[in-house]
Design a protein around this ligand. Structure first.
Ligand code: F6P
Length: 364
């Protein structure tokens, strides 16, 4: 059923990633030209929805941004309306402010709201859908950990950056005969480490899905060193953990939708390798560099396709859905399917088998 889209909202939630502006553009441009809609850009993700901050987008705002990283709307991973962090003299209170968000949605007369984000955002999309609001989700995250889609935009760009970093680190590793440990983001999924590790020819890849044995890691670098390969590159996902141990948490922050901030496993792996093998080791943490800069061509195309599809779903009145990629086709799934569980790397993944075939160790 065709839905009248007089006023359509867009917000970007959670961590930024390359491709967000390409989505905003491919929603806003056709919304303005085909449907003569007014497009409301909500500022700083759900924080802006709760606090009533928005701006009406013009064609000029959304022109020439397909290649720009970040998001022209701003984003936040601290504004979950159902668990909104409020500063009080006693500390931070986490309160349900969803009524503020609903009121703003109504005051702005939105016919639809397209939320671009990761799993935190999709949970919120699902809650508002249940409350009768016209939400549609678009899957973004460098982590690539959303269910019900083969890939999220942002992932390809992050893998490209990490691969280039590994390529560059090879020079110093081989010249100085060192072990180089490269820590990459990805939360509880090893997709970035796996993708960049394969593309960059890493000698070891440590991912959360395969808790590693310290001895296996030491053996692998020592064996390489003894057999004449006098350097090793180990790509470590921030969520990787030893079989006997747990993930390394950098900090806890109650304000965040996900209070746990991972980070630090790279340092631990580097220190242990040096102590236990005697091989000189250096650690590089790529962190937010992975989220920065221009999206790859692949991500620009995917993001553009996702945005256009999301608008089509809104025009059809197909709410409570999330845009997805299945094979080569962009389609839609109920947003509930996307939040059933995190999409981690399956243990029987061909990617893992292929990496092992070329001699990469997973420390197992
Ligand atoms: O979800 C994207 C991501 O970059 C993760 O890979 C990482 O764990 C997290 O966000 C970092 O969050 P922040 O930008 O808040 O430090």
């Amino acid at each position: 059923m065709a839905h009248h889209l007089k006023r359509i909202g867009i917000l970007t939630g959670g961590g930024d990633c390359p491709g967000l502006n390409a989505v905003i553009r491919s929603i806003a441009k056709p919304a303005m030209t085909r449907y003569q809609s007014t497009v409301i850009g909500i500022l700083d993700g759900f924080e802006g929805l709760v606090e009533g901050r928005m701006k009406e987008l013009t064609p000029k705002d959304v022109g020439g941004i397909v290649n720009m990283g970040g998001t022209i709307l701003g984003t936040s991973n601290k504004g979950n309306p159902f668990q909104f962090p409020v500063e009080t003299p006693q500390g931070i209170d986490v309160l349900d402010y969803s009524n503020h968000a609903i009121q703003n949605y109504r005051d702005w007369n939105l016919d639809a709201l397209i939320a671009v984000g990761g799993d935190g955002t999709m949970h919120i999309v699902d809650r508002f859908t249940e409350l009768g609001l016209n939400f549609i989700g678009v899957p973004k995250t460098i982590d690539n950990d959303l269910s019900a889609t083969d890939v999220t935009f942002g992932y390809d760009s992050a893998v490209s950056v990490a691969t280039e970093a590994i390529d560059r680190l090879h020079t110093t590793a081989s010249s100085h005969h060192r072990v180089m440990v490269v820590e990459v983001m990805g939360r509880y999924a090893g997709w970035i480490a796996l993708g960049a590790g394969i593309a960059g020819g890493a000698d070891g890849i440590l991912i959360p899905e395969i808790p590693f044995q310290w001895e296996k890691v030491f053996e692998h670098v020592l064996l390489r060193s003894k057999s004449g390969n006098r350097f090793s590159i180990i790509c470590v996902a921030e969520g990787a953990k030893p079989a006997e141990g747990s993930v390394v948490v950098r900090e806890m922050d109650k304000k965040r939708t996900d209070p746990i901030r991972l980070g630090g496993i790279g340092d631990l792996v580097g220190r242990k390798i040096e102590e236990n093998t005697g091989l000189e080791t250096r650690v590089v943490v790529l962190g937010h560099v992975l989220r920065g800069g221009s999206p790859t061509a692949y991500d620009r195309i995917l993001a553009t396709r996702y945005g256009a599809k999301a608008l089509e779903l809104a025009a059809e009145g197909n709410f409570g859905t999330m845009v997805c990629l299945r094979g080569t086709e962009v389609g839609a799934v109920p947003v509930k399917d996307a939040i059933l569980h995190l999409r981690t790397v399956p243990l029987d993944s061909q990617y893992i088998q292929t990496a092992k075939m070329v001699g990469t160790s997973f420390g197992d």
